[in-house]
Design a protein around this ligand. Structure first.
Ligand code: PXL
Length: 275
């Protein structure tokens, strides 16, 4: 069985980061080892959330794994707390990366033109360096604009998307995938560029007028699980985009839905059948 290490916070209530990555990647038949960077009572869109930083645990935990000769087929990082933690993640890459380890970085820090409350421009610069060490990165347009210094736009054309992708390529990543790319009215999807082949790929599906927390994590976790279960990259991105859109639709239909996350629990069985 393939084994992935995912490094991100655990928001106990809120359906995001590890509480999405663990069930989704496991359901796809991939062993999911977790390294929690912090424990929060909820995600940061709640008021008065608590947060216990676990930076001092990352070294001892990974040293222990190293002494057990554990190896990973992939390392997937998501929301991280501080610049110091990004440094720690780079050393975790050095500790565990071998020829067969895929490094997948989702530089979670911003959306809709704004950084999340905990972050500033220095953090964005460090996240850009982390992306430079990755095989695959999946920023949204806001994150890409903060990392490349290219102006954020709400209205754009394919030329702007290609400019952002070129900026991401300069950071050093292998495959850069922009999420939340809307190239036609009423549609949204992903557009990516593979440095090794020089090829672009693009996938658009229906745009649903609702935004939920954790959908980026759902997209990334699905990509990681599908890639490790043997799907081609472009198929993994397409399935992840379709699954995320479908899950948002199902959530909207649920009259008892919580405001803070999506009903991925209802849709997981369908994900396993998606081709
Ligand atoms: O879904 C991304 C995410 C993960 N973890 C925490 C967050 C967020 C988004 O705000 O607050 C703690």
């Amino acid at each position: 069985m393939k084994r992935v290490l995912t490094v991100q916070d655990i928001s106990c209530l809120g359906k995001c980061s590890l509480t999405i990555a663990l069930p989704v990647i496991s359901a796809l038949g991939v062993e999911t080892v977790i390294l929690p960077t912090a424990v929060l009572s909820t995600h940061t869109m709640f008021k008065n959330f608590t947060c216990k930083d676990l930076s001092d645990q990352l070294g001892p935990i990974t040293d222990h794994w190293k002494s057990e000769e554990v190896r990973f087929d992939a390392i997937y990082t998501g929301y991280l707390g501080t610049i110091e933690q990004i440094e720690q993640i780079k050393s975790i890459f050095r500790k565990f990366k071998d020829d067969g380890t895929l490094i997948f970085v989702d530089p979670v820090m911003a959306d809709n033109g704004k950084l999340y409350p905990a972050f500033d421009m220095d953090y964005a610069k460090e996240n850009a360096k982390l992306c430079g060490e990755a095989d695959i990165i999946v920023p949204n347009i806001t994150e890409a604009s903060f990392m490349t210094g290219i102006e954020y736009k709400e209205e754009y054309d394919i030329g702007y998307v290609k400019e952002l992708l070129a900026g991401l390529v300069d950071l050093g990543a292998g495959i850069s995938v922009l999420t939340g790319v809307s190239l036609e009215k009423g549609k949204t999807g992903v557009m990516g560029y593979d440095r090794s082949t020089g090829e672009y790929f693009s996938y658009q599906n229906r745009r649903i007028d609702a935004s939920y927390h954790g959908t980026g994590d759902l997209f990334s976790s699905t990509c990681v699980g599908e890639i490790l279960r043997g799907k081609k990259y472009s198929d993994a991105f397409r399935i992840a985009a379709d699954y995320t859109a479908h899950t948002i639709e199902v959530t909207l239909e649920n009259s008892e839905k919580p405001w803070y996350g999506v009903d991925f629990e209802t849709t997981i069985p369908e994900l396993l059948r998606m081709e």
